[in-house]
Write a new protein. Structure first.
Length: 299
């Protein structure tokens, strides 16, 4: 593994910043468009941008015929099912709560590893899961023990987490052969065609009726180029230098950035209850990742 340098930490923090901000940009666009329209345009812009980079730097890799099914499954889980869960979850909740629930993906990754590859589960995995559930519950419930957001929103976000875990399993099969740039570019391109029928049938007339303004255009560009493209490239570079365990620890920053910018841009409340919930969830993720790091064999 290469020795970490300051630029690597910049790439890691920048990726988490853009992913945290993606919940804010999506929330802004939900004022104008339905979720499928947002996802479709986001993937379209992202695919064009990524393939321009791939062609410009000569990084294109030909897909082997036997890998077609894996790329299709990959795209089915992410972006198709994942973005449906995330965007409809955002529609029925808040950007901060959505970011916190999505940030639990690393906590549940060991469970996915156990089910798919029979990787060992440790006590700290269960502690991490318990803390994350506790933190999310604190954020979701009011003083009267009532849900502060729609249960449907939480259900959609839970579906996004499950989709991300299944995507991780599929990704393991492809990452040994293909570069992250090619995988993300191809899966986003396939995602366009998965969303196209839904977009044309359900949301096309409504999308045409809206005249894009500066807020819409800037949100789409930042969502597609920064969150759906550069963030993945930055994170892949971080994983290459720091390793997956250290890189995943930076995911703790996503709900923090989402909460801060939601408060600043969207005027979401930033209560002590929300702060406590975020801290507990982050602690759960941190315990899971640190414990996994300790179990890695020395090289």
């Amino acid at each position: 593994m290469k020795k970490p340098t300051i630029p690597v930490y910049f790439y890691a923090v920048a990726a988490m910043l853009f992913w945290g901000m993606s919940f804010v940009w999506s929330s802004i666009l939900l004022k104008y468009y339905q979720p499928i329209t947002i996802i479709f345009i986001r993937l379209l812009i992202s695919s064009i941008f990524l393939f321009c980079i791939i062609i410009l730097f000569g990084k294109f890799q030909k897909i082997r015929r036997r890998d077609y099914k894996w790329f299709l499954l990959n795209a089915l889980f992410n972006p198709f099912l994942y973005f449906l869960g995330e965007n409809y979850g955002l529609k029925y909740s808040t950007s901060t709560i959505a970011a916190v629930i999505i940030a639990t993906i690393p906590v549940f990754s060991p469970l996915a590893g156990y089910l798919a590859y029979r990787e060992k589960l440790r006590l700290f995995n269960f502690i991490g899961i318990g803390l994350s559930f506790g933190g999310i519950t604190i954020m979701l419930l009011s003083k009267g023990m009532q849900l502060q957001v729609s249960f449907l929103g939480v259900l959609f976000l839970g579906g996004a987490v499950v989709s991300a875990l299944l995507y991780t399993i599929m990704l393991k099969k492809l990452s040994a052969t293909y570069s992250p740039l090619n995988i993300i570019g191809i899966q986003n391109f396939i995602g366009i065609f998965l969303f196209l029928p839904l977009f044309l049938i359900f949301e096309f007339p409504q999308a045409l009726s809206i005249t894009p303004n500066r807020e819409i255009i800037s949100s789409f560009l930042m969502l597609a180029i920064l969150a759906s493209s550069l963030s993945f490239v930055f994170f892949a570079h971080t994983v290459k230098i720091l390793g997956i365990i250290k890189a995943n620890i930076f995911s703790n920053l996503i709900p923090v950035f989402a909460a801060l910018f939601s408060f600043w841009i969207l005027d979401e409340s930033f209560t002590m209850q929300k702060i406590i919930g975020i801290v507990i969830v982050i602690l759960g993720v941190y315990i899971t990742e640190i414990n996994r790091k300790k179990r890695l064999p020395r090289s």
